[in-house]
Design a binder for this molecule. Structure first.
Ligand code: IPE
Ligand code: IPE
Ligand code: MG
Length: 233
C-alpha cells in the first residue's frame, strides 16, 4: 500500500460523495439517514487521507444544483453540517487538519457561514492536511465569480490563465491530481471544472456511506499505476 513518502500518492484528492440517498432507500430509511451515515464516512476518510500522506482533500458537500431538492432535505443537510462543524472540528484540529470552505457559503445560511469562517481561522496554522469543504459550490459559478472579481478590480486585459486562477475560491490549493466519485454515476456534476483540466478520474459504484479506508486505498493504488503525460509524447 502507498505510504507517506510515496511519490505516487496524489497531493490533492477531490471526492464527489454521492449515493447517500440510495444507500438509505436500500435500507428503507429516510434520505437524511443516508446523509448522516455519510458524515461518519467523512471522518474515516479524512483520517485515512492524513495517514496516506495526502496534503489536500476537497469534499463536494452541497452543489449549487442541490437547491432543487425538497426543502426538508436541504434543511436536514444544513442541520447536519452545523452538527458536523460543532462536533468534529476538535478531532480534526488535534490531527493538525486545516479546514477551508469553497463555494458561495454565505448563501448557505448566515449562521453556518459565520461558524465556517471561525473554523477556518481556528485551524489556519495547521499543516498536516488541508480539508476543503465545497459547500454551495458550482464549478461554473466559481469561474463566473472569478470573472466578476476581475471586473470589480478593473483589471486591465489581456487576461492570462494565472490572473483568472488567482481569483478562484481557494487559489493557493494546487489542482486536484485525483477525482473520485462514489455512487456509480459517471459525471462531474459541476465539480472543480477549471481545476480538473488534468485530473485523473476514479469511479466506483459504492455508495458514499459504504466507502471506507480500504476503498480509498484501492483508488490511490489505481492512481499510482497511471502514467500522467500532460500532452507530452
Ligand atoms: C450525495 O448523495 C450527497 C449530496 C448531494 C448532498 P445524494 O443525496 O445525491 O444520494 P443519491 O445520489 O440520491 O443516492
Ligand atoms: C453531486 O451529487 C453533488 C454532491 C455530491 C454534493 P448529485 O447527486 O447532486 O449529482 P447529480 O444530480 O447526480 O448530477
Ligand atoms: Mg446523488
Amino acid at each position: 500500500m502507498a505510504g507517506k513518502d510515496d511519490k505516487n500518492v496524489p497531493r490533492h484528492v477531490g471526492i464527489i460523495m454521492d449515493g447517500n440517498g440510495r444507500w438509505a432507500k436500500k435500507r428503507g430509511l429516510a434520505r437524511i439517514m443516508g446523509h448522516r451515515a455519510g458524515m461518519e464516512t467523512v471522518e474515516e476518510i479524512v483520517d485515512r487521507a492524513y495517514n496516506i500522506g495526502i496534503k489536500h482533500l476537497s469534499l463536494y458537500s452541497f452543489s449549487t444544483e442541490n437547491w432543487k431538492r425538497m426543502p426538508a432535505e436541504i434543511e436536514g443537510l444544513r442541520e447536519l453540517f452545523r452538527i458536523y462543524l460543532m462536533s468534529k472540528v476538535e478531532k480534526m484540529y488535534a490531527r493538525g487538519v486545516k479546514i477551508r470552505f469553497s463555494g458561495r457559503i454565505d448563501a448557505f445560511g448566515s449562521d453556518i457561514s459565520k461558524h465556517a469562517r471561525n473554523v477556518e481561522e481556528y485551524t489556519k496554522n495547521n499543516t498536516n492536511l488541508e480539508v476543503v469543504f465545497c459547500v454551495n459550490y458550482g464549478g461554473r459559478q466559481e469561474i463566473v465569480d472569478a470573472v466578476n472579481k476581475l471586473l470589480s478590480e478593473r483589471v486591465e486585459g489581456p487576461i492570462t490563465e494565472d490572473v483568472l486562477r488567482d481569483r478562484m475560491y481557494v487559489p493557493d490549493v494546487p489542482d486536484p491530481d485525483l477525482l473520485i466519485r462514489t455512487g456509480g454515476e459517471l459525471r462531474m456534476s459541476n465539480f472543480l471544472l477549471w481545476e480538473s483540466a488534468y485530473s485523473e478520474y476514479y469511479f466506483t459504484d459504492i455508495y458514499w456511506p459504504d466507502f471506507n479506508s480500504a476503498e480509498l486505498d484501492k483508488a490511490i493504488l489505481d492512481y499510482s499505476r497511471r502514467e500522467r503525460r500532460y500532452g507530452v509524447a
